[in-house]
Write a protein that binds this ligand. Sequence first.
Ligand SMILES: CC(C)(COP(=O)(O)OP(=O)(O)OC[C@H]1O[C@@H](n2cnc3c(N)ncnc32)[C@H](O)[C@@H]1OP(=O)(O)O)[C@@H](O)C(=O)NCCC(=O)NCCS
Length: 127
Amino acid sequence: MNQSGIRFEHPSVGDAKSLFRMAACNDDLDLCPEYFYLVWSRDFRNTSLMAKSGNKLFGYILAYIRPDGKTLFLWQIAVDPDVRSYGLGFALVKRLIDSLGENVRAFEATIDISNDAAYNTLIPAYS
Ligand SMILES: CC(C)(COP(=O)(O)OP(=O)(O)OC[C@H]1O[C@@H](n2cnc3c(N)ncnc32)[C@H](O)[C@@H]1OP(=O)(O)O)[C@@H](O)C(=O)NCCC(=O)NCCS
């Protein structure tokens, strides 16, 4: 997959349904109610990012800054199964962290020990 047609943007409340649908298609993710994605897209949009082409969502990362003011906590990342292993997951993490600049000094996430894809995406992207 060529990433040149992909644009990266922060979610807004109108994206909640697409985020919810993508999460629902993912057995590896805990599914929250659609309302959760709506509130998240309103309150944590600046620390979250989507990868889209046209109106189609290809991936997203949802994160927030912890109360310590310097740790970015990753809640969820997902990439459409049809476009995995093309670097989109890595690009989402890297772009989000780069956009936050000096505000982020640490990165926190909980990953299932068997989730090699998440390990291989998250650790190099923050290194
Ligand atoms: C984790 C996830 C977002 C990665 O997205 P992706 O776009 O496929 O990742 P990338 O293409 O950027 O790959 C990044 C690295 O991970 C590696 N990787 C990707 N899929 C892998 C897999 N199934 N097993 C092992 N390594 C994998 C890639 O080879 C790449 O490493 P490299 O640069 O050394 O080649 C995607 O697999 C996904 O949506 N998984 C389901 C949801 C999930 O588990 N989220 C994490 C918990 S919140």
